[in-house]
Ligand binder design. Structure first.
Ligand SMILES: [Zn+2]
Length: 406
């Protein structure tokens, strides 16, 4: 039997930048079957009346760490093992879904934890958003995420794989793909949270990244690069990367390279904002606070330049970094608006554009797309704050199944 639902939308934001008034959305077997003012319900169709609310695609977070907690200092949790991280991930997946996020891309979790969480959600064991998983990221010895940089010796599950040659990178990418990774993450520079790394300095070489990109492309998978310093950003683009994550120091040449190669930017403004806001007083390690402070202004300038020049920007929070809490994902839209986007641009970055970089047929309210929908009170295209308050959420749907209803 075909499961069908008719959603009456007073206001509908389509995910591509347009608002429609008084339209009906017919959902059949998890897919949007028809959209229009005169679409009617059949005899077995359940009708959901949201004529006083806004219907839009569910939010998509293109960069987070579902097994990381947002503790000020991640070191404190590292005595716990992978089972604990997986349980944390289950709780956070629920929070994320209840906040109106219908799809996420996990950008690094210990071992197979994120892949297992994805499977548990598909199997209906736990509630959560649709997941696209990058598996364990590739990084050089001594680079971003390498526990050798002064971390306790027993720590070996930061969700990174050491890679020190193109052959290493090829093998690591092949293994991650064999485990079921949906995309391959690599560290093109050092990072804010990694002790002992300099985020302005390159990580993996262009040749190392190119080998991993080749393997991903061979399997029709995308690649993403943690990249903050300019040299690493350019190395990643030349290697054929699909998205630059963070992108603190993007110069004019890098902007041109991104435009020429259709490379996305996933800025993750929340990560830096929360670390700078909290500071060492709230327990964030001094090296991380210092690096976030050094990078923040350049980051905001790079974001504004990318926006102005028309680089495709997808929303990502990096939730799981200090005070960057799963379920507060929509805060990133506020920061993107604060950094120069219109509310509608921030919504498009969080729906259709994020779906594109995740390779999902979602993020748009149009015939043929996945019925991953969010209903909120108020008009988020006027003020994205309407997406930030959980009490405002009327309904969350993933694949035509109602997950939250109020
Ligand atoms: Zn991250």
């Amino acid at each position: 039997m075909i499961v069908s639902l008719l959603i009456k939308a007073g206001r509908m934001i389509d995910g591509r930048g347009k608002i429609h008034r008084d339209v009906n959305i017919l959902v059949e077997d998890g897919i949007i079957a028809e959209v229009g003012p005169s679409v009617v319900a059949g005899p077995d169709t359940r009708v959901m009346d949201f004529s006083e609310s806004t219907v839009m695609p569910g939010l998509i977070d293109a960069h987070l760490h579902i097994t990381s907690t947002g503790d000020p200092d991640p070191l404190k949790k590292l005595r716990m093992g992978v089972p604990y991280a997986t349980l944390v991930g289950a709780a956070q997946a629920k929070n994320t879904l209840e906040a109106g996020v219908t799809a996420i891309r996990d950008a690094g979790a210990p071992f197979n934890a994120a892949l297992d969480l994805k499977q548990a959600i598909i199997d209906g064991l736990i509630p959560g958003p649709r997941m696209v998983v990058s598996g364990q990221g590739l990084s050089i010895t001594g680079g971003h995420g390498d526990p050798a940089n002064g971390w306790p010796r027993h720590v070996d599950f930061l969700g990174r794989r050491p890679v020190d040659s193109p052959d290493d990178a090829r093998k690591a990418a092949r293994q991650e793909l064999a485990y079921g990774a949906d995309c391959i993450k690599m560290a093109a520079t050092g990072g804010v949270m990694s002790m002992g790394t300099d985020h302005t300095v390159r990580g993996l070489t262009e040749e190392e990244m190119r080998a991993a990109v080749e393997e991903a492309r061979n399997r029709k998978k995308r690649t993403l690069a943690h990249a903050q310093g300019t040299e690493g950003i350019k190395n990643a683009i030349r290697a054929g990367i699909d998205s630059i994550e963070h992108g603190f120091w993007i110069d004019d040449e890098a902007i041109e390279m991104m435009l020429d190669n259709d490379v996305f930017l996933v800025p993750t403004l929340t990560a830096v904002h929360r670390i700078v806001e909290a500071g060492t007083e709230k327990g964030v390690p001094p090296h991380a606070v210092e690096k976030a402070r050094v990078g923040q202004q350049a980051h905001l300038e790079s974001f504004a330049k990318a926006l102005e020049r028309g680089v495709k920007i997808a929303m990502g929070t990096d939730a799981g970094t200090p005070f960057n809490i799963h379920g507060e994902n929509a805060f990133e839209l506020k920061l993107m608006v604060g950094a120069g986007m219109t509310p509608m641009q921030a919504i498009v970055a969080s729906t259709s554009l994020a779906a594109e970089i995740l390779d999902l047929d979602a993020g748009v309210v149009e015939e043929g797309y996945l019925a991953d929908l969010l209903v909120v009170d108020g008009d988020p295209s006027e003020d994205v704050e309407h997406l930030c308050d959980r009490d405002n959420i009327r309904m969350v749907m993933v694949g035509g199944e109602v997950k939250v209803e109020k």
